[in-house]
Design a protein around this ligand. Structure first.
Ligand SMILES: *[C@@H]1O[C@H](CO)[C@@H](O)[C@H](O)[C@H]1NC(C)=O
Ligand SMILES: *[C@@H]1O[C@H](CO)[C@@H](O)[C@H](O)[C@H]1NC(C)=O
Length: 214
């Protein structure tokens, strides 16, 4: 009796040990799968922003023309009294520092502002950026008959005289991530805003970025 009981007990312990180790193996497997899934998700969903940077901004020509009669209806204290025409060449660097994720720049724009008001923008053709590589794209912001308020025209004329034009830039990128043949169905917008000082077209150096703070 005692022997039988002890054998039953052994069998009981052996089978329960077997069950425990199977449960442990399953739990360990689930844990590893969950950890890998979380790591993959973090890796894929929280990728680094590609680095966007304006390499140069060149004002190829710029004219401010006074209107025959100011438009007072907009703001009697600061009427629109001039128009701005200009062509501004921009070169933009896109630097993807992600280790394995390529980026698809579905929309990529450079928007320029003067005194916080948009004066023009340029959009680049979509392109794919390989991981750990950089691309430089060129564009022209064409500003045609942009209305300027009296204060903005006065400030811009003063900037021209000093050969130091204060602009603000915004780089807006709508990006999908690419990993091998997988391309994310979702996209993310990245925006880089900077204050620029650009020399005028008549500056002895030619027009170029004199300072940039982002
Ligand atoms: C500005 O860009 C246009 C068109 O790409 C080009 O023809 C022109 O030479 C550029 N101007 C300067 C000063 O780089
Ligand atoms: C980066 O891209 C250029 C042009 O597409 C290519 O020649 C170069 O090999 C690439 N570099 C790396 C590290 O992939």
């Amino acid at each position: 009796m005692a022997w039988g009981r002890s054998r039953n007990k052994d069998e009981y312990f052996q089978s329960s040990r077997g069950l425990v180790s199977r449960v442990c193996a399953v739990l360990l497997f689930l844990f590893i799968v969950t950890a890998l899934t979380i790591m993959m998700t973090l890796f894929l969903v929280h990728p680094h922003s590609p680095g966007y940077r304006l390499l140069n901004v060149q004002i190829t020509d710029l004219t401010i023309t006074a209107l025959g009669s100011p438009i007072v209806s907009t703001d009697p204290d600061d009427p629109v009294d001039s128009v701005l025409n200009s062509d501004i060449n921009v070169s933009l660097e896109c630097d993807d520092k992600n280790h394995h994720l390529g980026t698809y720049n579905g929309r990529l724009q450079v928007i320029l502002y003067y005194s916080g008001i948009e004066i023009g923008r340029t959009e680049f053709a979509p392109f794919y950026q390989e991981a750990q590589n950089r691309t430089v794209v060129l564009g022209v912001v064409s500003i045609r008959d942009h209305l300027l308020k009296r204060s903005a025209a006065a400030n811009l004329n003063a900037d021209l005289t000093r050969d130091a034009i204060n602009l603000q830039s915004e780089i807006a990128a709508r990006v999908k991530f690419v990993y091998g043949i997988w391309k994310s169905s979702w996209h993310r917008w990245f925006r880089v805003k900077c204050d620029l000082v650009v020399s005028s077209p008549t500056a002895s150096t030619g027009s170029l970025i004199m300072s940039q703070t982002c």
